[in-house]
Design a protein around this ligand. Structure first.
Ligand SMILES: [Zn+2]
Length: 84
C-alpha cells in the first residue's frame, strides 16, 4: 500500500502558503491575515495527521514528499513508506 502523492503535496502547499501569508500578515501588522495563516497551518496539520499515516503501523505524520520516487522511513516501525 502506498500513500497518495497528491495528499502529500496538499500538506506542502498548505504549509508553504501559510508561511507566506504569515510573513505578509506580520509585515502588514494585520491580525486577520495572521489568523488566515494559522488556519492554513491547521489544515496542513489535519491533512497530514489524518490522511498521511504509515501503511504498516498507522503511525501518523510521515514526512510529505513532493516527488514520487522518493520514499521515507517510518519513525515508529522503520518500514519504508512509498508515495505514488
Ligand atoms: Zn510505521
Amino acid at each position: 500500500m502506498k500513500l497518495s502523492k497528491s495528499t502529500a503535496r496538499m500538506t506542502i502547499v498548505f504549509f508553504n502558503l501559510g508561511v507566506i501569508i504569515l510573513v505578509m500578515g506580520v509585515g502588514m501588522n494585520n491580525k486577520l491575515v495572521v489568523s488566515t495563516a494559522s488556519v492554513l497551518f491547521g489544515a496542513a496539520f489535519i491533512v497530514r495527521f489524518y490522511m498521511l499515516r504509515c501503511p504498516h503501523c498507522g503511525h501518523p505524520g510521515p514526512i510529505p514528499k513532493w516527488k514520487g520516487n522518493d520514499s521515507v522511513i517510518c519513525r515508529k516501525c522503520g518500514e519504508k513508506i512509498e508515495y505514488q
